[in-house]
Design a protein around this ligand. Structure first.
Ligand code: NAP
Length: 353
């Protein structure tokens, strides 16, 4: 590909928006053509209004872009959304109606029957919902959703086991980083030296979104996968990365060695593995007794791999394990970019001549 595809980022000043800007700065196929945010930021240079929190320098060209209001038209066939969910719904619909493919991290449309809730390595077949959506809604564009950040890591880590053995029951307890709450997010006096055993609606999202992603595509949409999920969500004083402990029951007896083999052998389909953002190993197994850890294991696969460790028998369900995923990369911007790459690779978005 010679000329790059222009893309726009909604909510570009926030935690996930900044991650988009960073990941897209050197992207081989895409180029940030517009950044957009609230009325309070619009009209000023991005470099002036953004409280840049990424460790890499803010690219000069993007720092000089004037922040746009979040309304169509914005340049490019792909619009990434990292908007506050309170305002995202109608804005994303307006862009899809105006012809854009909107790849969003917000919760607003995730459970719509005609909207794909995607993890490319897990449910590529759900992508065809885009065609039904465009027909049903009469849109030239479409909305495609990323799951909630903890759900993205959870489901990617478990899909090899679900395919091999069939999940029947899941019991999950999360330890979620403060960046999951956006910027400025959780007040420091609430979280430093502390654990907060509640994240609004997070448990419900994990319970319903995991069943849609692993559900079966049918004529009426996706029939949710038939397993029970009990999730406990906790906010902890880490910066990035959602760690979770998982106990799982399966439809047949599973040994630890069988589970480890299924996890180690898991690969994306060739249609996904070829994408620039796809990690060679979507699920990395670490056999060391005290891994994975957020500070040591988060950047695997450039933040797109999940790490699974401590796979062992469970005296209540069948197996126990620990799972780690990057909330703003695999759980948000990185996977949204991967979905956009998929749209291009599948010929759903035109490349420039
Ligand atoms: N953080 C994560 O790990 C994570 C992971 C997965 C999904 N998500 C989801 O991704 C979305 C963004 O999350 P975040 O953590 O990046 O949040 P954030 O840091 O609070 O950023 C919110 C963004 O929305 C913009 N915004 C707020 N009100 C607006 C309005 N009325 N019109 C237009 N833009 C408006 C803000 O612009 P201003 O700066 O101009 O106010 C900012 O760019 C949320 O829906 C969140 O649930 C977050």
């Amino acid at each position: 590909m010679t000329a790059k595809i222009p893309v726009s980022v909604l909510g570009a000043t926030g935690t996930v928006g900044q991650k988009f800007v960073r990941l897209l700065a050197d992207h081989p196929w895409f180029e940030v053509a517009a950044v957009a945010a609230s009325a309070g930021s619009a009209g000023r240079p991005y470099g002036e209004v953004v409280r840049w929190r990424e460790s890499a320098a803010l690219p000069q060209r993007i720092a000089g872009l004037t922040v746009q209001p979040c309304a169509p038209p914005l340049p490019g066939p792909i619009v990434f959304s990292a908007l506050d969910a309170e305002v995202a719904g109608p804005i994303e619909q307006a862009f899809a109606a105006a012809g854009a493919h909107v790849v969003t991290n917000t919760r607003n449309h995730r459970m719509d029957p005609d909207v794909p809730l995607l993890i490319p390595e897990a449910n590529l077949d759900h992508l065809v919902l885009v065609d039904r959506q465009r027909e049903a809604r009469g849109w030239p564009g479409a909305i495609l959703c990323n799951p909630n950040c903890s759900t993205a890591a959870l489901v990617l880590g478990l899909v090899p086991l679900h395919r091999a053995f069939g999940i029947e029951k899941l019991f999950i307890s999360t330890m979620q980083a403060v960046s999951g709450a956006g910027y400025p997010g959780v007040p420091s006096l609430d979280i430093l030296g502390n654990v907060v055993p509640h994240i609004g609606n997070e448990e419900e999202k994990m319970e319903r979104e995991s069943r849609k992603i692993l559900g079966t595509l049918g004529a009426d949409g996706v029939a949710p996968a038939d397993f029970a999920v009990s999730a406990h969500a906790n906010r902890v004083a880490t910066v990035d990365g959602h760690l979770m402990t998982v106990s799982a029951g399966f439809r047949r007896r599973v040994t630890t060695d069988e589970a480890l083999a299924a996890l180690r052998d898991f690969r994306a389909s060739p249609r996904v593995a070829c994408l620039p953002s796809s990690p060679a190993l979507p699920v990395e197994v670490d056999a060391r007794a005290d891994r994975p850890q957020p500070r040591l294991d988060l950047e695997r696969g450039n933040g797109m791999a999940v790490t699974v460790g401590r796979v062992r028998p469970c005296p209540i369900l069948d197996l126990r394990l620990v799972l780690l995923g990057h909330n703003t990369i695999r759980g948000a911007a990185g996977q949204a970019v991967q979905i956009a790459e998929l749209l291009v690779a599948e010929g759903r978005v035109d490349r420039p001549a």
